[in-house]
Design a protein around this ligand. Sequence first.
Ligand SMILES: [Fe+2]
Length: 195
Amino acid sequence: MLPTRKEAEKLLTEAEKCNQGAWGNHSRVAAHCAEKIAQECGDLDPDKAYILGLLHDIGRKFGVRHLGHVSDGYLYMTSLGYDEAAQICLTHSFNTGTIDAYIGTFDTTAEELKVIQDALKTVIMDEYDKLIQLCDSIAGPAGVLEIEERMRDVKERYGSYPQEKWDNNLKLKKHFEEKMGKDIYIVVDKDNFKP
Ligand SMILES: [Fe+2]
């Protein structure tokens, strides 16, 4: 189940009041990109893509955390019955399908870590998971960024970036560009879109 666009926008606005930061507009940029790419793919629902993009980082509502934002978002969306958004809160951080390539601190409790590991074991990633992973890697807080530029920025902030994750993001870009038959940056109106 998913919230409506309006409900999702409200959830994000409310969440930002609890923990202000660039993550709110980063989420809006990701949502915009997901919607535009889904429109061009033909077999994806643009509304669903937008809503999932908007909520992928909703766990940040509960404070500044690294891996903790994954379990916070997953548990929050699950508690509201929004299982599809919960899945995205989980999968957007793991484009390799495992927790090992996570960039950032493992700041979860043992219980939270188990929630993530158990959920990752059973999840079957689909096109929406892949789409939001891609959009997360091109969404800056002020607009769309080139994928390498965004990954370099993350690398600088965290000190490293796993090569497998880097390569997978480039593969995701190629996958969706082939599906659309178009350049991703043109589809998302990279040079003009502002959140
Ligand atoms: Fe994100």
